[in-house]
Design a protein around this ligand. Structure first.
Ligand SMILES: Nc1ncnc2c1ncn2[C@@H]1O[C@H](COP(=O)(O)OP(=O)(O)O)[C@@H](O)[C@H]1O
Ligand SMILES: CC(=O)N[C@@H](CCC(=O)OP(=O)(O)O)C(=O)O
Length: 295
């Protein structure tokens, strides 16, 4: 028999969060492996729609690394990464832009709209939203650090958030592809986590929610019992230095640092493989994943 009392309790538990976050800006970074599975994708979209429906101002930043890799493979190009960033020659840049803007972005926008939202696709070139400058990758060789040119990979130089405020005021959900524009109008490929962190900072978001393919951060990645639910900025930085946070988790933690430094209030790294993890984080007392806070 359906337990109506339990069902009602779930809704009642959500009530203070619905009240607290109404009118607040939430930035969701959706990408990587959490984006490949179609059933999960539909659930992420529903979660975003639900948050929007109860009055939150939603901004979505998406990745699409695996899709770029697949497209490059189809045209016979091998993907190479340096310090987690894709080496991006002119041809790779053109393909990355085509995939992120032409395919991934439009797919997310049309899915959101299918479920009843008013989503608008953007990339960094629209209204010069993301101004980029060339990134030089740091490669460590013992104690020495070498800077390596990895092509059209960008760092965020400036966010011009005006277009986002305009859209949010009008109830739209901006969906942003991580392509930056250089001062000469050239395209830059930027890691989507960094873009999400900078956008969350520029909007002084209430929350940055980064979906990933693990439960959150572990003190020892090989021991699931060492899961951390809350981490301060200082602790997170120390863990990167020690090497206990590494690989793809580094840009996520750095994105949280950028967001908090820019003015976001809270940041969370949550499990995109877990259905409705966004709702669990936002609407339940326990939350989900690892939160990184100032301090
Ligand atoms: N301390 C840590 N805790 C959790 N994951 C970690 C840690 N250090 C490194 N990682 C790695 O970071 C990965 C997440 O980054 P990545 O695979 O790039 O994510 P996504 O594809 O979702 O963008 C995890 O799958 C894990 O292998
Ligand atoms: C410079 C760089 O590495 N850019 C990324 C941009 C996409 C991305 O970040 O996608 P995920 O969030 O799905 O990993 C790339 O080319 O894969």
């Amino acid at each position: 028999m359906i337990n109506f009392v339990e069902k009602a309790a779930v809704l009642i538990e959500a009530l203070p969060y619905i009240q607290k976050f109404a009118g607040k800006t939430i930035v969701v970074k959706y990408g990587g492996n959490a984006m490949i599975n179609e059933q999960l994708k539909a659930k992420v979209i529903q979660d975003i729609i639900l948050m929007k429906a109860v009055g939150m101002r939603l901004v979505v930043v998406h990745g699409g690394g695996p899709e770029i890799t697949a497209m490059l493979k189809q045209v016979g190009k091998q993907s190479t990464f340096v310090s987690g960033l894709r080496v991006t020659d002119a041809e790779t840049m053109a393909i990355a832009e085509m995939v992120l803007v032409g395919k991934t972005n439009t797919e997310i926008v049309s899915l959101l709209n299918k479920y009843g939202a008013k989503a608008v696709g953007l990339n960094g070139k629209d209204a010069s939203l993301i101004v980029a400058q060339k990134h030089l990758a740091k490669v460590y060789d013992g104690d020495a650090v070498k800077e390596v040119d990895i092509g059209f990979v960008g760092d965020v130089a400036q966010i011009n958030p005006g277009i986002l405020f305009t859209l949010l005021e009008q109830d739209y959900i901006p969906v942003i592809a991580p392509i930056g524009v250089g001062i000469g109008g050239e395209s830059y490929n930027i890691n989507a986590d960094y873009v999400a962190g900078e956008i969350a900072g520029a909007l002084a978001a209430e929350k940055l929610l980064l979906l990933t393919d693990v439960e959150g951060i572990y003190r020892d990645y090989h021991d699931k019992a060492t899961f951390i639910s809350t981490l301060t900025l200082t602790e997170a930085q120390a863990m990167i230095k020690q090497g206990t946070i590494d690989g793809g988790m580094i840009p996520k933690v750095e994105a949280c640092l950028k967001a908090l430094a820019g003015g976001a209030r809270k940041t969370h790294i949550i499990d995109g493989r877990q259905p409705h993890s966004l709702l669990l984080e936002v609407f339940t007392d326990k939350g989900a994943g690892t939160e990184i806070v100032k301090g």
